[in-house]
Write a protein that binds this ligand. Structure first.
Ligand code: THU
Length: 160
């Protein structure tokens, strides 16, 4: 038996004022998307913005459903939009923000496990990592260099 260490690293920003102008612009777009979320059941609004290498910005937000599992997360709405509208165009960056009408969300809200798996497919497909930035409505922002760094031991096509 041998123990292995899986390390990941992230940068933490105090608030949006510490972001680069490009990161701030993308987070502003995620906020724009978040404000159009359809989340009447959870009251938890999530916005996602993808920056593509052709400078297109693709937005997504959570779309809930009365049959709860039939709803979809913001990140997957955005990544599938990008994959369907701009196949073959690389993703450079993803910004995510979440707010709630019930309480203030001040902790950074990372993508859920299912979204990490869905997003990982695109990082592998484009053979290039993309940065991920996430926050609540206010407060700190977490930034990582790569989506796969958020998903150790992920499943990929090599197992098939
Ligand atoms: N949600 C997202 O949009 N992204 C995530 O990564 C986590 C959760 C949404 C799904 C649901 O509409 C609401 O947040 C509460 O779970």
């Amino acid at each position: 038996m041998r123990k292995i260490e899986i390390a990941t690293s992230a940068v933490l920003f105090k608030d949006v004022s510490e972001l680069s102008s490009e990161d701030k612009m993308l987070m502003d777009k995620a906020v724009e998307a978040r404000k159009k979320a359809y989340a009447p059941y959870s009251k938890f609004n999530v916005g996602a913005a993808l920056l593509l290498e052709n400078n297109e910005i693709v937005l997504g937000n959570n779309q809930e459903n009365a049959a709860y599992p039939s709803g979809m997360c913001a990140e997957r709405v955005a990544i599938w939009k990008a994959g369907s509208e701009f196949p073959g165009v690389k993703i450079l960056k993803l910004a995510i923000t979440a707010s709630s009408t019930i309480k203030e969300v001040s902790k950074p809200v990372g993508p859920c496990g299912a979204c990490r798996q869905s997003l990982s497919e695109y990082e592998i497909k484009q053979k290039q990592s993309f940065e991920v930035l996430f926050m609540g409505e206010v407060g700190e922002i977490v930034k990582t260099d790569s989506l796969l760094s958020l998903l150790p031991f992920s499943f990929d096509s090599s197992y098939l």
